[in-house]
Design a protein around this ligand. Structure first.
Ligand SMILES: Cc1cc2nc3c(=O)[nH]c(=O)nc-3n(C[C@H](O)[C@H](O)[C@H](O)COP(=O)(O)OP(=O)(O)OC[C@H]3O[C@@H](n4cnc5c(N)ncnc54)[C@H](O)[C@@H]3O)c2cc1C
Length: 374
């Protein structure tokens, strides 16, 4: 991590963090920004998996689309229109079907992610965050592949390991602010709480209390390669009905055509509540992979063209999404920016009609930019 002074550190290059830096640039905010991201590139939960052994392979292994609760308006509408005009997204009209517990194709179940309009990243979902990040302009410096484990507050500045200092801080994920991370990462306290003891900033105290109460769903996404599939039309998403989900432990299947007739398929596996620790995770990944491979043949019965290929399916492993989607209520907008300690939050876990989906992530970045630039 670079040792230098900046005006703003943003942790996380998902949709919300990238929308934030783009919106700050749009508003003419001229501060310097250091963006820090644990992943290898921008995207977060809207990232795209590549392969060293197949340079053309692209698989959207998290969110396959940007879902909205309704047609966007205002600044968000302008953002989507500009992305659409530049060919970075297109309206998603790809077929979505439902699958019931008898293995029959039915209408898709009612679900917030399917109720409103959807957009798809072109050529991949990661393109959206990549483009937003570029829109952040020259003032944004990036550092990928490093998970921030600690931070402190010294003389009104945020200080990071390696000597990076910043006047302001934005967290686009809850990792450094939520007690759920403690067991998984072996930390003794929530890093943001350690940096600012209770009583120093009442808005931050309230925000941390809220964040501690936030829950998120977990997904175990198995990525598969089908070697050669007929060009006949296939659904883009196969959503299981609630009863079928209960029966199979799978939420949906997402299909993505690849070069040379290959097909990528992502099984969005539900969590069974097993305790996840650094020690148990490798074994749990194996257990989930086997479990998902076992239920796959039944789920594909309505698609003989895929069923025929099952014996030559190649597993590309399981991705565990530790906080796939926030559940219940989001962080109130009034707690998004803590003026006294100059720390703020963005992400799909902020309250609003787009809560828990791409819409909420983008909107929260736009809203926070307004607060920071004010
Ligand atoms: C399996 C799955 C399916 C989904 N399906 C849909 C769907 O159909 N439609 C839809 O609209 N939405 C869907 N979503 C939700 C959608 O992906 C999210 O709403 C959106 O991507 C959230 O963006 P974000 O910027 O808020 O968070 P994120 O994308 O999570 O970005 C936060 C980033 O911060 C980084 N980070 C966090 N802490 C640290 C740290 N300490 N150090 C360094 N980096 C850090 C993370 O690595 C991450 O990249 C799905 C999500 C998943 C996982």
């Amino acid at each position: 991590m670079p040792g230098k002074d900046v005006d703003l550190v943003v942790i996380g290059a998902g949709l919300s963090g990238c929308a934030l830096v783009a919106a700050l640039n749009n508003r003419g905010w001229s501060g310097t920004i250091q963006l820090l991201e644990a992943g290898r590139g921008p995207g977060g939960r809207c990232a795209t998996r590549r392969r060293r052994d197949d340079l053309l392979w692209r698989l959207d292994h998290g969110s396959p689309v940007l879902s909205f609760h309704a047609e966007p308006c205002g600044e968000l509408r302008r953002l989507m229109t500009s992305l659409e005009q530049r060919g970075v997204v297109r309206v998603d009209l790809d077929p979505v079907v439902g699958l019931d517990h008898h293995g029959e194709v039915v209408a898709p179940p009612d679900h917030p992610l399917l109720r409103g309009p959807r957009w798809r990243g072109i050529p991949t979902m990661a393109s959206v965050a990549e483009t937003l990040l570029r829109n952040g302009g020259d003032a944004v410096d990036t550092c990928f592949g490093e998970r921030i484990q600690g931070l402190s507050r010294v003389d009104e500045s945020w200080v990071f390991p390696g000597g990076l200092r910043s006047a302001r801080l934005v967290l686009s994920g809850t990792l450094l602010a939520h007690p759920r991370s403690l067991a998984m990462l072996g930390w003794s306290d929530v890093p943001l709480r350690e940096a600012v003891p209770a009583g120093h900033d009442s808005v931050l105290d309230e925000a941390l209390d809220w964040i501690a109460g936030l829950n998120a769903s977990i997904r175990w996404n198995l990525m598969l390669e089908f070697p050669a599939v007929d060009p006949a039309p296939l659904p883009r998403q196969i959503w299981l009905t609630p009863r079928a989900q209960e029966q199979s432990g799978v939420e949906r299947l997402v299909l993505q055509r690849q070069q040379q007739g290959h097909l990528g398929l992502v099984m969005h596996g539900l969590d069974d509540g097993a305790l996840i620790t650094p020690e148990s995770q490798p074994q749990l990944l194996n257990v989930q992979e086997q479990r998902l491979l076992t239920v796959l043949p039944d789920l594909l019965k309505p698609w003989p063209t895929l069923q025929r290929q099952l014996s030559s399916v190649h597993s590309l492993g399981v991705m565990r999404w530790g906080a796939a989607q926030p559940l219940e209520a989001g962080l109130p907008n009034a707690l998004q920016w803590c003026r006294q300690t100059q720390v703020g939050f963005c992400g799909d876990w902020i309250e609003g009609p787009g809560f828990g989906m791409a819409e909420g992530a983008l909107q929260s970045g736009l809203d926070l930019a307004e607060l920071i630039a004010a």
